[in-house]
Design a protein around this ligand. Structure first.
Ligand SMILES: *Cc1c(COP(=O)(O)O)cnc(C)c1O
Length: 354
């Protein structure tokens, strides 16, 4: 740290992304990426666009907004696109949180929320999940501030019903509820249909997971026109060209290629079931997953040991050190061969234990 760093940033502990090792080839089941290639339609549109990168992109991303709006049945004025959904989440922190409006989120959830609060110098409050790692929405009833709810939640994979989301919105209509739907395509229920009814709702989604575009960085928010205007004020005050030309094309292609998207999601769900069934036979327990990952534990080996042994054998999964979940591992659901190999290696590791 240099002596010049300001107080706010020097106190910060930055987000630690899952490993992206560049040294050797692992089976990567650690950062919830898709095992499938991006849509061919998307790639062919993007290829044509590369030639135009000498020009700035359309700062409004009009075509992409129109495509997303059509797909979700909303107006394009109710959509904002961003450099990954992380960016639109940060816009929400900037726009809505302050000393009187802390960020409120579960104690076990997406680790970035805490970091966004820190970098923006706003207070936050963590509400403990129940013993079974589910969210009790009644715990949020009296909280004042801005709610950030990942639905389905990460890393537990557990979803809230749309009715529960609606209750959260109704508890206090003067409070913004941000519903982070990064994993919704794998079995959650989207709250997008509620944006006309609730002016305190912001839904965020991403192309990173279900649309195989983690490396392109594209996310979006859907909300009332007024909320989208607020977020655009932040966008145009920080980075008006936040979505580059090539990524915007990839996004348009990915949305148009709905068949490919749906077939990939279906495969992930099938592979999730396969992996669960096999792990269950080996003595693992799970939280009920509505995502492209499993959150599992077993009495046979600690989460950390299993993570380390799998890494030695060329398979990366995620292990979290925080106390309540330190015995769990999070396994991204990959393609069938990856999951078959994963199960083989887990069997090998368990067999080597004395
Ligand atoms: C992956 C993820 C995101 C954001 O991903 P982007 O790649 O920035 O779109 C947001 N929330 C949760 C819960 C996630 O797991």
């Amino acid at each position: 740290m240099s002596k010049f760093l300001n107080e706010k940033i020097s106190k910060l502990s930055a987000y630690v992304p899952g490993e992206q090792p560049q040294d050797k080839k692992y089976i990567k089941l650690n950062t919830n990426e898709s095992p499938f290639a991006p849509s061919k339609k998307a790639i062919s549109l993007a290829k044509k666009e590369i030639k135009k990168v000498k020009l700035y992109p359309d700062p409004d991303c009009t075509e992409l907004l129109r495509e997303i709006a059509n797909y979700y049945g909303v107006k394009k004025e109710q959509v904002i696109v961003s450099n990954g959904s992380d960016e639109v989440l940060n816009f929400a922190f900037i726009a809505y949180c302050d000393q009187n409006n802390p960020a409120i989120f579960p104690d076990i959830t997406y680790g970035f929320y805490k970091v966004f609060a820190g970098v923006n110098g706003v207070p936050y409050k963590e509400i403990p999940l129940k013993e079974d790692l589910t969210i009790d929405i009644n715990d949020y009833k009296e909280e004042k501030g801005v709610l950030f709810i990942a639905n389905p939640n990460a890393p537990t994979g557990i979803k809230l019903s749309l009715e529960e989301i609606e209750n959260l919105l109704n508890f206090n209509r003067e409070r913004i509820v941000v519903v982070d739907e990064a994993y919704v395509d794998f079995g959650g229920e989207t709250a997008v249909g509620l944006i006309d009814k609730y002016d305190n709702l912001l839904v965020t989604q991403t192309f990173s997971k279900s649309r195989s575009m983690a490396g392109a960085r594209l996310g979006f928010g859907i909300a009332s026109e007024k909320i989208i205007n607020d977020l655009n004020t932040v966008k145009y005050s920080t980075n008006p060209y936040n979505v580059n030309r090539v990524t915007a094309r990839l996004g348009i292609g990915a949305i148009k290629d709905d068949k490919y998207f749906k077939s990939n999601v279906k495969k992930i769900i099938e592979n999730r079931v396969y992996t669960m069934v096999e792990l269950k036979k080996l003595g693992f327990e799970f939280t009920p997953s509505s995502t492209n990952f499993l959150f599992a534990k077993t009495d046979r080996i600690s989460g950390e040991e299993l993570y380390l042994k799998l890494k030695e054998k060329g398979i990366l999964i995620r292990h979290f050190k925080s106390e309540r979940i330190s015995n769990y591992i999070r396994i991204t659901v990959g393609n069938f061969n990856q999951m078959k190999r994963f199960i083989e290696v887990v069997k090998e590791i368990l067999g080597e234990l004395v």
